[in-house]
Design a protein around this ligand. Structure first.
Ligand code: GLU
Length: 502
């Protein structure tokens, strides 16, 4: 019986060393995504709240990649996680790329360790080797009650002998029979369940890799995590996690389970339904700080003097964020509301900042070489919910669209087709004669003409703007459009207007 004993001898010094590495006395939170290739809004919110708790408490924010479910891995997914966090400003203190005192920070690189902890748990009576995996399907079909699993009561020596003989096995959690387990969640309060409703879940799979349910407990402990933020879909597993912590004799972290982000009253946001990821939102013309600000309020609300406030920078959020403000009710992702946030952020940008983000959109929409995009940008800045709203507003600059003469008729401006034709006929020689094509020169010429003819400015400006754009609404008025289009193109469009009205 001695031949396998060595294999199962616990190297307690190693466990002590692992314990010794755990940092204490600081807030430590972790974001633990699985690299499945898509940072959905709910994920981003979890990352944000997790980061905010760490920053609010002057603690550490840790990034851990949970890649033990090899079937769900997607190439490049870890890069999306990195880039999303970076673009959002959620910097991490420890993680796969930066290292840290309790690494490695990628679960597959911790593989050895879970096996050892599972063995320790077996030793402590909190888990057992199970050889009857074939009954899993029967269990699913309701033909087998795991409580009757003969492996649960196998003498440990016998189980070890079978393992040593090479028999495939899983390691399962031994849930106590009878009794109740209570856990506390900061959002949902205290929840008590009957142990008989909990299953002897698999901790170590046949391939030797841990399940999420085991790895998260071991890692959260070994990484010294003080606050666990995650989706409420994990609430039902929390009692089992508590039983694991108790079996190990470890301190249970504070749980903060967040309700899902919904696409409507009944459905969670999902990739399958085409709901946008963070990257999709950026591609749709949203600004990262606006998305982050909006997402912060999906299921959290500031309290006290800030209770009415909507706009926060990340830094401000880290000052005011408080777990007590997290709501139990699911939040609905509201595109209109996000637009409102985005419009606010766009308007609040300094002109150079706005130009930097708008430039690619302007370049894609306007090719006419004489149009100065730096002059155009401020004209659209206050008129966009998203950057995608730029193109349809400036499309007339490249080519005058066909338009109806009805556009010349404006009640308030007191313009009609007839007096518009008169106005354009009067404007044409004035502009033709202009030497400087500066804003002021154009402005003074048009205003001066209106004064000479004893007309209100609108009687001149409206027909000119219409002739230049062919649109009822434009960013900028007659003078700005003249300036943008340049002298030659402006005169040609005015001549075309005259022709069309004649
Ligand atoms: N890897 C899990 C997920 O992506 C993490 C859950 C947790 O934070 O514990 O859902």
């Amino acid at each position: 019986m001695n031949f396998f004993w060595e294999e199962f001898t616990m190297d307690m010094a190693w466990f002590d060393e692992m314990e010794g590495r755990i940092p204490h006395g600081e807030v430590r939170t972790r974001f633990a995504p699985s690299p499945t290739g898509y940072m959905h809004v709910g994920n981003l919110r979890t990352a944000l709240y997790t980061w905010l708790i760490a920053r609010h408490g002057n603690g550490k924010f840790i990034l851990r990649i949970e890649d033990t479910d090899q079937g769900r891995l997607v190439e490049g997914a870890t890069e999306i996680i990195y880039s999303t966090l970076r673009q959002c400003g959620l910097d991490w203190d420890e993680g796969p790329d930066v290292g840290g005192p309790v690494g490695p920070y990628i679960q597959t690189q911790r593989r050895e360790l879970y096996g050892k902890y599972a063995q320790l748990l077996v030793e402590k009576g909190g888990a057992y080797y199970c050889f009857c995996e074939k009954t899993e399907s029967e269990e699913d079909a309701g033909d087998f009650d795991r409580a009757d699993d003969p492996c649960r009561d196998l003498p440990l020596e016998e189980a070890r002998a079978r393992v040593a003989a090479g028999e495939p096995y899983v390691i399962r959690q031994r849930i106590p029979r009878g009794g109740q387990t209570t856990f506390h969640d900061a959002v949902f309060g205290s929840i008590t369940v009957d142990n008989d409703t909990l299953d002897d879940q698999v901790l170590i799979k046949r391939d030797g890799l841990p399940t999420y349910n085991f790895a998260n407990v071991v890692d959260d402990h070994l990484m010294g995590i003080t606050h666990v933020v995650r989706g409420s879909e994990y609430l039902s597993s929390a009692p089992k996690y508590n039983l694991l912590y108790e079996s190990f004799g470890w301190e249970i972290p504070e749980y903060i389970h967040c309700s899902p982000v919904m696409r409507d009253a009944h459905n969670k946001m999902s990739k399958r339904h085409g709901d946008p990821s963070y990257e999709d939102l950026l591609a749709q013309g949203y600004l990262s700080p606006a998305v982050v600000n909006y997402v912060s309020l999906l299921g959290w609300a500031p309290k006290g003097e800030n209770s009415e406030r909507e706009f926060f920078t990340l830094q401000e959020l880290s000052e005011v964020f408080d777990v007590a403000g997290i709501s139990k009710s699911p939040a609905i992702f509201d595109r209109e509301k996000l637009n409102y946030f985005n419009a606010h952020y766009l308007r609040a940008m300094a002109p150079e900042e706005f130009y930097a983000v708008a430039e690619p959109y302007l370049k894609e929409a306007v090719h006419a070489p004489q149009v100065d995009l730096k002059l155009l940008a401020p004209l659209v800045q206050g008129r966009c919910d998203t950057l995608r709203d730029i193109a349809p507003q400036v499309d007339f600059l490249d080519a005058l669209p066909p338009y109806s003469n009805e556009l010349y008729c404006h009640k308030k401006m007191k313009t009609n087709e007839e007096n518009s034709l008169e106005a354009l006929n009067a404007v044409l020689p004035v502009l033709e004669g202009l030497e400087s094509w500066s804003y002021d020169a154009i402005h003074d010429a048009l205003v001066g003409l209106a004064a000479r003819l004893e007309l209100k400015n609108g009687r001149i400006m409206w027909p000119v703007r219409t002739a230049l754009s062919g649109k009822a609404v434009t960013p900028g008025g007659a003078v700005e459009l003249c300036q943008l289009l340049g002298k030659e193109e402006s005169l040609s469009r005015i001549r075309k207007g005259i022709q069309q009205l004649s």
